[in-house]
Write a protein that binds this ligand. Structure first.
Ligand SMILES: Cc1cc2nc3c(=O)[nH]c(=O)nc-3n(C[C@H](O)[C@H](O)[C@H](O)COP(=O)(O)OP(=O)(O)OC[C@H]3O[C@@H](n4cnc5c(N)ncnc54)[C@H](O)[C@@H]3O)c2cc1C
Length: 384
């Protein structure tokens, strides 16, 4: 029987968590509508790292196999010095039935999620946002920028790092600039790059991530004090400047960087919203609640887990308040682990590049143990 209290849901944001939420809710008989601020989908072309827990969560909405089939799976990463001397092979912790890592193009992941949403018949209002949220006795009165005004039983704020829903609920929340930026560039995948590769330089970290039979992406993490803005037409030059210290496969990749429009640069901001991530009948999920540095490749994984867990609780026919309480119990510490440990990795990288890293710290072990923890079950029993 579908949840008797939650029949009409609005999802703000049609990104990774918003689209996944619509599919997960449809599966349990709850129809949702999505409001997306962009007029057209505009997902950039680089890839995303999917650890096993991301695939396990996607499997709940039937999308893991497609990601594995159309992405590129491998057991883990090889680690090199900046100059290209091999250091160590590191296989990632696995969940039975899933690869250690799957790389996939963001556009492909979006395509799979959007197709799944379209198959449910979910209405999507493109080019619109939410202007007003007001608790009323029957739910949440919502005013959209496209003129629609309606009452929903539950609203999900899945509108990413600069969430408007978060602002409407809790006012301005300061995001922390990490001091780092990440540069990415898509390249043809040479056959020998059949695992992820990471190169630890004196001033930066560079990696190659396979994302299909034919493609991989270069990712470079750098110290960018003061969060500078770079001219778009110079991005390729600036990226290449940051790669001059690297040898091996990274130097070869650097030679292929020619097009400023192919460079995707993002300054890294992080934030962890204090508990609870809800007010009245409105709940925040994904980056709107927990924006993590990408060092563990877990941001999208925990965003997808959020909405799968939400649907699982609603399946037990709880009302909204009880659902949100149980949700916080299941999600807060798990997401905090990722945000905190990723912040820690950022700090260690900055110390290393400043010549101040404590030699006794074992970064590989820290990463492995954090990822292994995320492989523990996330859909735990809901006590009714
Ligand atoms: C450099 C970098 C590398 C990363 N690499 C990885 C990785 O390898 N693996 C991984 O798991 N994660 C990675 N992440 C994190 C991952 O991209 C995010 O955690 C994930 O996209 C969060 O999903 P989301 O649905 O919360 O937000 P998003 O995917 O950002 O979606 C938000 C959606 O809401 C829409 N929106 C925004 N504001 C409004 C509004 N006011 N009204 C309506 N709609 C709105 C947006 O247009 C967008 O469609 C990386 C992040 C960065 C910055």
């Amino acid at each position: 029987m579908p949840n008797p209290y939650v029949k009409k849901v609005l999802i703000v944001g049609g990104g990774i968590s918003g689209l996944a939420a619509a599919v997960a809710l449809h599966k349990i008989g709850i129809e949702a509508e999505i409001v997306e601020k962009e007029l057209e989908w505009n997902v950039y072309g680089v890839g995303i790292i999917q650890p096993p827990n991301a695939l396990r969560a996607l499997n709940e909405i039937g999308l893991a196999d497609a990601c594995i089939k159309q992405g590129y799976s491998y057991p883990g990463f090889d680690y090199y010095t900046g100059q290209g001397h091999f250091m160590v092979k590191g296989d990632s912790p696995v969940i039975e039935g899933y690869p250690g890592v799957n790389g996939i193009s963001r556009r492909k992941l979006h395509e799979f999620l959007l197709n799944a949403v379209e198959n449910t018949g979910t209405k999507i209002y493109m080019g619109s946002t939410v202007n007003k949220l007001e608790d009323v006795s029957t739910g949440v009165q919502v005013e959209l920028s496209n003129g629609i005004s309606a009452v929903y039983d539950l609203v999900i704020g899945a509108d990413g790092a600069n969430s408007k829903v978060q602002k409407l609920l809790f006012g301005d929340i300061v995001q922390k600039y990490s001091g780092q930026g990440v540069w990415r560039y898509t390249l043809p995948r040479p056959k020998e790059v059949d695992r992820g590769l990471f190169y630890y330089g004196q001033k930066a970290k560079a990696g190659l991530v396979p994302m299909s039979e034919d493609e991989m992406y270069l990712l470079v993490t750098t110290h960018e004090p003061g969060n500078p803005r770079f001219p778009n037409d110079q991005l390729h030059v600036l990226l290449k400047e940051r790669l001059t210290e690297f040898g091996g496969a990274i130097a070869e990749a650097a030679n292929q960087i020619t097009d400023p429009n192919q460079v995707v640069y993002r300054p890294i901001f992080t934030h962890m919203l204090p508990k609870p991530w809800y007010k009245g009948n409105v709940l925040l999920v994904g980056d709107a609640a927990h924006g993590t540095a990408p060092h563990l490749g877990q941001g999208a994984s925990i965003a997808i887990e959020d909405v799968i867990v939400l649907a699982d609780i609603l399946r037990h026919n709880f009302g909204v308040e009880e659902t949100f309480k149980v949700f916080m119990e299941k999600r807060y510490e798990r997401c905090r682990l990722i945000v905190d440990n990723s912040d820690q990795l950022v700090e260690w990288e900055l110390l290393t590049w400043n010549g101040q890293m404590n030699e006794n710290i074992n970064v590989g072990k820290y990463v492995y143990e954090t990822l292994a923890k995320m492989n523990e079950p996330f859909l735990t029993e809901v006590n009714t």
